[in-house]
Design a protein around this ligand. Structure first.
Ligand SMILES: Cc1ncc(COP(=O)(O)O)c(C=O)c1O
Length: 387
């Protein structure tokens, strides 16, 4: 560390130089991220309230109230009533919390197991590893849909939880949430839906005429939902959320924190100190955009999705893996050859896509920062790479 500090201008110059290696959303080359530029007004609000710490809610009762209000409002968007929950650092933390709740609610099970589709996010593997829970992964069918019969066959007396996904990481698909609900009805099994990605697109897609299956609290067996503002919500990184139906979960499974200046309280989080600024910023983004604003943003993303699908159809030798349900497009070879091999060549041309070896696909996410001209440029380069 330096003995004496250096002036701001010099520091900013150094930072500018060092960070010039980073990819930028504006360039359009980030085609495979589920994050995007935060909404401008949200940034302004965030800077103003950057010091708020929701890890000590007694010190920040105003921020805590705002968080509760926001949770309840989003709960209503997800067709729930009096929904509780909390904002987190992202989908991974929310999923960890859900797995922990599922385990805690069944102390009678000595070797707890969770059933989930093979397409579930890696955060569940982390949770299982950390909490000594066994994951039982259900297969997908050839069309990438969940094999529900296989899922059902994995449920046994050690099952403490089941997971369904509304917006898979690889293809943006929605699992049959109602039918998973049927499997756990009247059973003491916690049902968590991971809508980390889908949570801030699905409620708006239905206003654009998309008729997707039910995935939220309207399915009465669903106990909790992960949904991330820092993905399609255009919130500040980090912002995740877990939304919980039963208001007693916090009392039943929360950690007691006795020492805080603001007073004794319980929480469900993996982290302690946590951002109030991002939560306040998301409150402001939702108020500012309203449903109407989000629908407009989502509409653009879906137009770009359709455009990419159309362009892929025109390229010889490749195809889309499955018809997109949201703004996620999987690309694969027509003849089953390994498509992932071309990913490094695309990277050399600055195209950053997701790569899923297990499903033999590369994946584009048509986030709000992706523009039509980026897609046209990508298709040109894709053709060159394929040749
Ligand atoms: C479905 C799903 N769940 C969870 C996560 C993890 O989210 P985060 O990276 O915010 O922890 C992701 C990340 O892409 C995801 O796609």
């Amino acid at each position: 560390m330096l003995n004496e500090g250096i002036d701001r201008k010099e520091i900013m110059d150094i930072l500018e130089k060092k960070l010039s290696k980073d990819f930028s959303y504006d360039s359009g080359s980030i085609l495979g991220s589920m994050c995007t530029t935060a909404f401008d007004f949200g940034k302004e609000v965030y800077y103003k309230y950057i010091n708020k710490n929701l890890g000590d809610p007694g010190l920040f009762p105003g921020t805590t109230e705002l968080e509760k209000e926001l949770i309840s409002e989003i709960g209503e968007l997800y067709n729930g009533k009096n929904i509780t929950g909390s904002f987190t650092t992202g989908g991974s933390e929310s999923n960890l919390i859900a797995v922990r709740i599922a385990k805690k609610l069944r102390p009678d099970i000595k070797k707890p197991e969770i059933i989930l589709p093979i397409s579930a996010h890696i955060s569940f593997d982390k949770a299982a590893d950390l909490m000594d829970v066994k994951l039982r992964k259900a297969k997908l069918k050839d069309n990438f849909e969940l094999d529900l019969d296989h899922f059902k066959s994995l449920i046994n007396e050690n099952t403490c939880g089941v997971i369904g996904i509304a917006g898979t990481t690889s293809l943006g698909l929605i699992d049959p949430i109602e039918r998973i609900g049927d499997l756990v009805r009247d059973k003491d099994i916690f049902f968590h839906v991971d809508a980390a990605f889908g949570g801030f697109i699905l409620p708006f897609l239905k206003h654009l005429g998309y008729n997707h299956p039910k995935w939220d609290f309207s399915v009465k067996e669903v106990d909790s939902i992960t949904a991330d503002p820092h993905k399609m919500g255009m919130g500040i990184i980090p912002s995740g959320g877990i939304f919980i139906r039963d208001e007693n979960i916090l009392q039943k499974t929360g950690f007691e924190i006795p020492y805080l200046a603001g007073g004794n309280f319980k929480h469900l989080h993996i982290v302690g100190t946590r951002t109030g600024g991002s939560v306040i910023a998301f409150w402001a983004i939702l108020k500012y955009l309203g449903k109407k604003g989000f629908i407009q943003i989502v509409k653009k993303c879906m137009e770009n999705t359709d455009y990419l699908v159309k362009k892929i159809d025109e390229v010889e030798g490749i195809k889309i893996a499955v018809k997109p349900m949201m703004n996620v497009v999987g690309i694969t070879h027509e003849n089953g050859e390994n498509i992932c091999r071309i990913n490094h060549k695309l990277k050399e041309l600055n195209w950053m896509l997701g790569k899923f070896d297990e499903f033999n696909l590369i994946r584009a996410v048509l986030m709000p920062h992706v523009k039509k001209e980026h897609i046209s440029k990508f298709i040109k380069d894709l053709k060159i790479v394929l040749e």
